[in-house]
Design a protein around this ligand. Structure first.
Ligand code: ZN
Length: 261
């Protein structure tokens, strides 16, 4: 199944999403897949992009992976890490598809980073090499790991550079059907319609089961937690007025505009 979350005149609801004539439609309300009190609310069947979307996840934490594609590590002059390089983004940085990325006045370079993200479905601690990661994964979505590159560098650690409000666009939907561990998918990022990143998730240095093992050896992953798996080559700065779109077939298009704070 695929689902999204959006506002109706009566309040937020989760909804099942289907493709009809190559367009994503919200077709019926569904129970919250998360520990989330959002009730089902009626709405007219309509294309998903006609609704005011909300992030389709409620993470206790967003655990990101740096430099997980060889060509991206190289483009910023970094070595390929020997172990996954983890950092956190705060849940307060979440932004729905359709929302506006706000460029902080303190930064002179705000980059896009298109990423496939895992959504955790079940408490996961100390995943072992023989364990099937699938049992802990609810599904997949898209994330833009927006980064104030200059502040990431000057701070030395990444909390501010990665953590501003609106720096984690997520959505538009979660798919519980996609299985990129079995069948790799192609991730594409466009800025103002022009392709800037395109890569297969087959090129992840540390594949998804290894990421879950590495992270869960340290911290318990909880339902709704989000794990953006890293960005391929092609990252670059955004300008006010830009529209950035990240897509994977079947996950739809995560589309956000950019404005100065
Ligand atoms: Zn990233």
């Amino acid at each position: 199944m695929r689902y999204a979350k959006f506002l109706t005149p009566d309040g937020p609801t989760y909804a099942l999403v289907e493709t009809r004539d190559q367009i994503l439609y919200a077709v019926s309300p569904t129970d919250s897949p998360e520990e989330d009190p959002t009730p089902k609310r009626a709405f007219p069947v309509a294309p998903l992009d006609q609704f005011r979307l909300l992030p389709p996840v409620r993470p206790s934490k967003i655990v990101c992976v740096g430099r997980n594609y060889r060509d991206h590590a190289a483009e910023l002059g970094n070595e390929v890490p020997k172990e996954p390089l983890l950092f956190l983004k705060p849940p307060s940085s979440l932004l729905a598809s359709g929302g506006t990325i706000r460029m902080p006045a303190l930064s002179r370079r705000v980059d896009f980073e298109g990423e496939l993200a895992v959504v955790i479905g079940r408490n996961c601690r100390n995943l072992r090499p023989g364990d099937d990661a699938r049992g802990y994964i609810r599904g997949y979505t898209l994330v833009n790991d927006v980064t104030a590159r200059d502040i990431q560098k000057s701070d030395g650690q990444w909390t501010r550079g990665k953590g501003w409000d609106t720096f984690c666009p997520t959505g538009p939907l979660v798919s519980t059907e996609l299985d990129p561990m079995e069948s790799p998918v192609t991730l594409t990022t466009r800025v103002n319609g022009e392709i800037r990143q395109q890569a297969s998730t087959a090129d992840l240095i540390f594949p998804i089961p290894e990421l879950l093992r590495y992270i869960s050896a340290c911290m318990t992953l909880l339902p709704g937690d989000l794990i953006p798996t890293g960005t391929p080559a092609g990252v670059g700065p955004l300008q006010p007025g830009d529209v950035v779109e990240i897509s994977i077939e079947s996950l739809g298009i995560l589309r956000n505009s950019v404005a100065r704070e």
